[in-house]
Unconditional design. Sequence first.
Length: 58
Amino acid sequence: MWRPKAREVGHHPDIHITWQRIRFAITTHDAGGRITVKDFELARHIDAIAAGHGAEPV
């Protein structure tokens, strides 16, 4: 069974969707809102998925 990557790695980013933009706010809530290795790993997965769909960072 396929599961979203965030659930698979046990991490839950905040997602902000606006016109032609999607922004992910990634911090580890159980680490006091600090950025951890887990955040960078999830960001790499998100970047790869976005690039596969032709998205470009802004």
